[in-house]
Each structure stands twice: as structure tokens, then as C-alpha cells.
Design a protein around this ligand. Structure first.
Ligand SMILES: Nc1ncnc2c1ncn2[C@@H]1O[C@H](COP(=O)(O)OP(=O)(O)O)[C@@H](O)[C@H]1O
Ligand SMILES: [Mg+2]
Length: 271
């Protein structure tokens, strides 16, 4: 079992960084299109790290590297200090259990109830659990994300508001009790009230469950509100990493450009 991916007590207490990307290079199309040209990022345990950058810059590609769905052409990805076990399917599967993921549109199954949606990972990974145990676990997670289980367990996604769908998606993301939560564009396409709700949900969930969160986004107000650290991805590299205050004052031309264009976009969209 020595090559299995497990978070034993030593790893737990010694790894300061939940995720490390070290000089990661990645190209598509037989090297013609270079997305990463040496990405370096240290995600501190317990923190909320936002990765910001314009559309098409490689934010989703970065998430796929963190989950081991893509392998770097060169460089390393470490999870709690351990390299991703690309060549060991069962260890890779084990590693992925430490991650929860919330997709852009919550990605709920429309023909399943809230209970079935949230229980889905339990059915996959906790085969010995009884239906009653699952019901209890799902209810606990729904409560944790601010939903009343009685009112929501048997509803279908079409009966839920956008904000409630996000909450259900988040309940599903934490049902296996992950240590790291990944969000891909969690506030894109939401109205301002729901956006603010999601911002609070990200902060509360990270704190209440003692998690580490990585949020891929181009939502600057959301990042300034929720992040402990912000990383800015541009031109295949992290060109800025620092606090929210540091980000506001960052003089990097691409960061300035991004700040201004997002500001303009928000004014035009009245959001
Ligand atoms: N599997 C793939 N094969 C080829 N090109 C890809 C693949 N995945 C992503 N890309 C390209 O990598 C670039 C970055 O994509 P993505 O990470 O989705 O951007 P973002 O999430 O920042 O908007 C895009 O130009 C995209 O077309
Ligand atoms: Mg993306």
C-alpha cells in the first residue's frame, strides 16, 4: 500500500501548502498552442485562493491539472506535498476523494431529486451506506449550506431558484467531506443578490469545514470580498500573487487592463 495516496498524520501536519504547481508547462495541438509556460502557484492550507484571468487564459486547464485530469508536459503538481500519482489509477482515485468540485451552473441532474443529486457521490464511493444513513448525511450537508432538508430533499432542480441550485451543488461537493474545494466560475451569470450569497457561502463553507478553497473566476468584486490570496494568470504564467490589497494596487499592465475592462463591463451590464 506504500504507493497509495493517503493523507496520513505526517502529511497532514507537515504540508503547509494544500496544492503546489511548480514550473508547469502544457501545450495542446502537438506543442503548437502553449497554454502554460511555467506556472508556479502555492495554495496555502486553510485559505481561499482566487485564480483570476481573462477568458481562454487556461483557468479551467489549471483545475484539470489540480485534479490530475491533465498531466503537465513538464513540471510538478503536488497535493499536500505529494506528487499526483498519474500512473496508479486506484491511488489517483483515492487522491480525488479529497477534492470537492462546484461547477459553473451547479450541473445538477435534472431528472433526479435534491436527495439523489447530493447522494450521488455516496452511491459511488460509500457503497456500504444504507439509504437511511445517506438520508441523514445528505440532510446534514443541506443544513450546512443553508437549506431546510424537509423542504428540499424531494424537490427537483426545476423547482429551485438559481441560488438554491448553487447550494445543492455545494452540498454535493462537500458530501464526501473533502479537504479541498474547487470552484469553476461560481458567480458567472448570476444576479447581484445571488452573487453576494455565493460569496458568503464560499467564505462560510471554507471556515466551517476547515477547508482549503480554490476559486477560478473573472469576478473581481467576488475575489476582493472572499479571497485570502489572489493569483492572476496571464500569458501562460502567474504574473501576480498576493493579498486583495496588493491586487488592487498591482501595477502590472495586464492586471490594470483586466481591472479596467471588468469595471467597464460591469457598468455596461449594470451589475
Ligand atoms: N483538451 C484540450 N485540447 C486542446 N485545447 C484545449 C484543451 N483544453 C483547453 N484547451 C485550450 O486551452 C485554452 C485555455 O482554456 P481554458 O482553460 O478553458 O480557459 P479559461 O477557463 O481560462 O477560459 C483555450 O484556448 C482552449 O481552447
Ligand atoms: Mg474556464
Amino acid at each position: 500500500m506504500s504507493n497509495e495516496f493517503s493523507l496520513d498524520a505526517t502529511t497532514e501536519s507537515t504540508a503547509e501548502h494544500a496544492i503546489v504547481l511548480r514550473d508547469v508547462h502544457k501545450s495542446f495541438g502537438h506543442g503548437r498552442y502553449q497554454v502554460f509556460k511555467g506556472v508556479n502557484l502555492d495554495v496555502k492550507r486553510g485559505e481561499i485562493t482566487f485564480v483570476l484571468g481573462p477568458s481562454g487564459v487556461g483557468k479551467s486547464v489549471m483545475l484539470k491539472h489540480i485534479l490530475g485530469l491533465l498531466k503537465p508536459d513538464a513540471g510538478d503538481v503536488l497535493i499536500f506535498g505529494k506528487p499526483i500519482p498519474y500512473d496508479n489509477a486506484s491511488a489517483l482515485n483515492e487522491m480525488r476523494k479529497h477534492f470537492g468540485m462546484l461547477f459553473q451552473y451547479a450541473a445538477l441532474f435534472d431528472d433526479m431529486t435534491v436527495f439523489q443529486n447530493v447522494a450521488f457521490p455516496l452511491v459511488e464511493h460509500r457503497r456500504s451506506m444504507t439509504h437511511a444513513e445517506m438520508r441523514l448525511k445528505v440532510s446534514e450537508k443541506l443544513l450546512a449550506v443553508g437549506l431546510d432538508p424537509e423542504q428540499s430533499l424531494d424537490k427537483f432542480p426545476s423547482e429551485l431558484s438559481g441560488g438554491m441550485k448553487k447550494r445543492v451543488g455545494l452540498a454535493r461537493a462537500i458530501v464526501l467531506e473533502p479537504q479541498i474545494l474547487l470552484y469553476d466560475e461560481p458567480t458567472t451569470g448570476l444576479d447581484p443578490v445571488t452573487r453576494a450569497m455565493v460569496d458568503d457561502l464560499i467564505v462560510d463553507t471554507n471556515k466551517n469545514f476547515g477547508l482549503t478553497s480554490v476559486v477560478i473566476s473573472h469576478d473581481i468584486p467576488s475575489a476582493l470580498y472572499s479571497a485570502d490570496h489572489i493569483a492572476f494568470l496571464f500569458g501562460g504564467q502567474i504574473v501576480f500573487y498576493g493579498t486583495t490589497a496588493g491586487f488592487r494596487e498591482c501595477q502590472h499592465p495586464m492586471v490594470q487592463n483586466f481591472l479596467q475592462s471588468e469595471e467597464r463591463h460591469r457598468k455596461e451590464m449594470h451589475v
